[in-house]
Design a protein. Structure first.
Length: 321
């Protein structure tokens, strides 16, 4: 049995922040941001949390799938901005949804997180451990961004996407996952440092740091390679794929990937213009958007790809139900 997506959902915070607004708090402009990233606006949490966004995205996915909370036996949340260190976001979502029978835990692979989580769900279903799962990617990146740093605050945003996954004959077919910890310094956020009676100096938590140029070079080289590797495993070519759902970090990155692989840009939908970079939420939010627009048809072959901090990357091929 393989992991087959049978319903999707997403949830974005109510507050929309435009590039024009950001130009009032940092030295930037709509032209500067949009021409370099494709981003024009993003959603930022005020009252929403990673848990509340995740739970609402999950509810919407379950409603589409026609699945009740009692049927969910696994919940995985991919996030690097959990509301709490413990318990996990997934356990809090389990409580919010009253999914009492579910095993629940988080994973952190940053922007690759949803692909990693869906791959793990597929492995569990191949092993016969679980039948119906809720896989969520969610972030509130606004809490770790330095709003005085124009190189990062214009990029990142908040939101959650979810997929209900059921064991079936078709679904996820082949995946390629990878990590390069030697390049972890390209995107990082320090956590709280040692705090005990033997440490006298306490330092405040840092904000997110990113070497944008390094990440760009990594993505436009590694993701085409990983896509071709995965397609080779599946005995497919680029022309066999109906849709390429790529992490929404930067429109120029995805355009470069499309050019390298000679993919028609029409097969590479993007929502970065109005969602920004939602890290682990990016791929499932986009998946839900194109699904609800009626773009995905039964039997479509889809490539999902994530890439980001770690550095990590994940590519999978799946057949739409």
């Amino acid at each position: 049995m393989r992991a087959q997506i049978i319903g999707t959902g997403s949830c974005l915070p109510e507050k929309i922040v435009t590039n024009d607004f950001l130009s009032t708090i940092v030295d930037t402009s709509d032209e500067w941001v949009s021409s370099r990233t494709g981003i024009r606006e993003r959603h930022i949490s005020i009252d929403e949390t990673t848990v509340s966004l995740s739970a609402e995205a999950g509810r919407r996915a379950m409603e589409m799938a026609g699945v009740t909370a009692d049927e969910i036996d696994l919940i995985i949340v991919a996030t690097c901005t959990a509301d709490t260190l413990v318990p996990s976001t997934a356990c809090l979502v389990q409580d919010e949804l009253n999914a009492a029978h579910a095993t629940a835990f988080d994973i952190n692979a940053a922007c690759s997180g949803f692909v990693f989580a869906l791959n793990l769900t597929d492995v569990y279903m191949q092993a016969g451990m679980y039948r119906t799962a809720l896989v969520i990617g969610a972030e509130t990146l606004s809490r770790i961004v330095d709003w005085k740093d124009r190189t990062t605050c214009v990029l990142f945003a908040d939101g959650a996407g979810a997929a209900v996954v059921r064991a079936a004959e078709t679904g996820v077919s082949f995946s390629t996952l990878g990590s390069d910890g030697s390049r972890g310094g390209a995107i990082y956020v320090k956590s709280r440092e040692n705090y005990n009676p033997f440490v006298t100096e306490q330092k405040p938590m840092d904000f997110l740091y990113m070497d944008g140029g390094e990440v760009f070079k990594f993505a436009v080289k590694k993701i085409p390679e990983a896509i071709l590797e995965t397609l080779d495993k599946a005995d497919l070519t680029v022309d066999d794929i109906d849709w390429f759902l790529l992490h929404q970090a930067n429109a120029r990155i995805n355009q470069s990937i499309a050019r390298k692989l000679k993919i028609p840009i029409e097969k590479v939908p993007m929502n970065v213009d109005h969602c920004g970079n939602t890290s682990g939420g990016s791929v499932p939010i986009l998946l839900d958007e194109v699904n609800r627009k009626g773009m995905l048809k039964s039997g479509d072959t889809i490539v999902c790809a994530g890439f980001g901090s770690g550095l990590t990357w994940g590519v999978m091929v799946l057949t739409w139900a």
